[in-house]
Design a protein around this ligand. Structure first.
Ligand SMILES: *C/C=C(C)/C=C/C=C(C)/C=C/C1=C(C)CCCC1(C)C
Length: 237
């Protein structure tokens, strides 16, 4: 029988545990720091805290699934992503709207692409014994992510007018863009590594856990930096 609390040599289980605690601490931090933020940045910090709070809840459950069964907590994982990724798209759009003029249709395009990416990933992972579905869905999911990158680097969202918005807002936009590129890339890499060949369920979960840590906590920190930076003082931006 597996250890039902936590086996210290189970490094994947330990990573679930560490990230649960980090998500909890980050949630508290973003909520408390909201007081120091200016004007509409307050909403951004609230959303950042919602993202880590929702993830914290799911990490408690995911840790338990992993510790008790040794299997990937795929359903909890994707329920979490389906809630938190759209919230991050909202966050991205809020920042974008603060630095430049963007149409609402851009928001819906980014949101739809993120939902397609996640639904494809889910269908691929729960049908992992079917190579056609596993990799077909991977290609679909990756295309949706590449489309998001296209929108934020080349398309409408990229035309950030440097003359408009605050420097802090522009910096936040640029860091979020880097997170969506490099931070998000950890997920498809984990998928390939986790399912190629014999498959490696431990590597898959380590990659996803690490990626969530970067993409939820670092994402919030990038927003916190902009929200509390000196240039924003008294500007109510
Ligand atoms: C807080 C959770 C976040 C930011 C989750 C992001 C998830 C992804 C960027 C997933 C990407 C995937 C692909 C690009 C290909 C298909 C498999 C996925 C769903 C793992």
């Amino acid at each position: 029988m597996r250890d039902v609390i936590l086996d210290p040599t189970d490094y994947v289980g330990v990573s679930f545990w560490i990230i649960s605690a980090a998500m909890l601490a980050a949630t508290y931090f973003f909520f408390v720091e909201r007081d120091r933020a200016h004007g509409k940045w307050k909403t951004s910090l609230t959303v950042a805290a919602m993202v880590t709070g929702i993830a914290c809840l799911h990490y408690f459950y995911m840790r338990q699934v992993w510790v008790e069964t040794g299997a990937s907590p795929t359903v909890f994982r994707y329920v979490d992503w389906l809630l938190t990724v759209p919230l991050q798209i909202i966050e991205f759009f809020l920042i974008l709207a603060a630095v430049t003029v963007v149409r609402a249709s851009l928001f819906w395009r980014l949101l739809s692409a993120s939902v397609i990416m996640l639904v494809a990933g889910y269908l691929g992972e729960v049908n992992a014994d079917n190579a056609g579905l596993l990799w077909g869905m991977f290609v679909l999911g990756t295309s949706a992510w590449l489309y998001i990158l296209y929108e934020i680097f080349v398309g409408e969202a990229s035309r950030v007018n440097n003359a408009s918005g605050s420097p802090a807002g522009q910096r936040a936009f640029k860091s979020l863009r880097l997170i969506v590129t490099f931070g998000w890339a950890i997920y498809p890499l984990g998928y390939v590594y986790g399912y190629a060949g014999e498959g490696d369920v431990a590597a898959l979960n380590i990659a996803y856990n690490l990626a969530d840590f970067v993409n939820k906590i670092a994402f919030g920190v990038a927003i916190w930096l902009a929200a509390t930076s000196d240039e924003e003082m008294g500007q109510d931006a």
